[in-house]
Design a protein around this ligand. Structure first.
Ligand SMILES: Nc1nc2c(c(=O)[nH]1)N[C@@H](CN(C=O)c1ccc(C(=O)N[C@@H](CCC(=O)O)C(=O)O)cc1)CN2
Length: 288
């Protein structure tokens, strides 16, 4: 039995992305362009506040202009839409993101659709998702993009690999399935109604788990030598952060596994900064 799965260090992979970002920012600076990101957060969700804080810190660290707008829980949909409209025409802002989840009285779909697709650095708008589906992406959603970069860093040739994605959210499950499909993998998408999850996961070369549920899979459900990517961020009974995968048993069977924390999470922020810089590059080319 292999109990030596390689633990994939998301911070180390993110450093490679930040090196790329540094080069791009210096090139833009030569043309007097400073990439700008606007982050909107509504309400008091503690996790959202931490993620937004970390996004702003990353902007500051890499010389990106950032604007954080906090709105109280009771903001109306129209007020939010009006604010986005102003950001859409603000020349200092190349990327706009609305931290999710939004309060229930606000229609997230409507809000995301209001963001100019050319500034939609989260890649969630119908136009950007459509471009991903047709393999002509403009902005790839940050978490799936981070997973792709992690896997590419393992020198994986996706062609003909069996990949199982568990979880069908619009922000992770569906876009990562599409990305993998575009890379030539054979992809199976499973959901909470999937009858015999093991039947699928045991056959997979790569299992990507994004359900938001602790212990969605364990070592007995994966193939020897599989690669396991854990997207979940949960708190266990002891209050410790953990993923969707039962790490101890899975790491005895897998050849490589992403930990939580320190796996996919840091890549989400790196790819957001990357998308923001790309957005500045694209807008600069359009204006010349
Ligand atoms: N507009 C968006 N909303 C949300 C997104 C998103 O991509 N765009 N994704 C998630 C939250 N998220 C970013 O916003 C995010 C989640 C987790 C991490 C991260 O670095 N996690 C760390 C652990 C963090 C901790 O200790 O609490 C890790 O895994 O190492 C970054 C970003 C939902 N909303």
């Amino acid at each position: 039995m292999n109990n030596n799965a390689k633990i994939i260090d998301g911070h180390a992979v993110s450093k490679l992305i930040y090196n790329d970002i540094d080069i791009k920012i210096k090139m833009l600076a030569k043309k007097n362009i400073i990439p700008g990101l606007a982050v909107i957060v509504v309400g008091n969700d503690p996790a959202s506040k931490i993620y937004v804080k970390n996004k702003i810190i990353a902007c500051q660290k890499y010389g990106i202009f950032s604007m954080k707008q906090e709105f109280s829980e009771d903001i109306t949909e129209n007020e939010l839409l009006n604010f986005i409209e102003k950001l859409n025409i603000n020349l200092k802002i190349h990327g706009i993101l609305v931290q999710l989840p939004l309060p229930k009285h606000i229609n997230s779909k409507k809000i995301i659709e209001a963001i100019n697709p050319k500034k939609d650095v989260d890649g969630f708008s119908p136009s950007n998702i459509g471009r991903l589906v047709t393999n002509d992406p403009l902005f790839i959603p940050c978490t799936p993009y981070g997973i792709l970069k992690i896997l590419e860093n393992q020198n994986i040739d996706f062609k003909s690999l069996e990949i199982v994605v568990i979880g069908t959210s619009n922000i992770v499950g569906k876009p990562i399935a599409m990305l993998m499909l575009n890379k030539g993998a054979t992809v199976t998408l499973c959901n909470s109604k999937t009858k015999n999850l093991s039947l699928h996961t045991k056959n997979a070369d790569i299992v990507i788990v994004a359900t938001g549920k602790i212990n969605t899979i364990n070592g007995s459900m994966i193939k020897q030598g599989a690669i396991v990517v854990d997207v979940g961020i949960n708190r266990n009974k002891e209050g410790k952060i953990c993923g969707d995968v039962e790490f101890t048993s899975a790491s005895q069977i897998a050849s490589a596994i992403t930990p939580v924390p320190g796996g996919v999470g840091p890549m989400t922020i790196a790819m957001l900064i990357y998308n923001t810089v790309r957005s500045a590059e694209i807008q600069q080319n359009l204006n010349n």
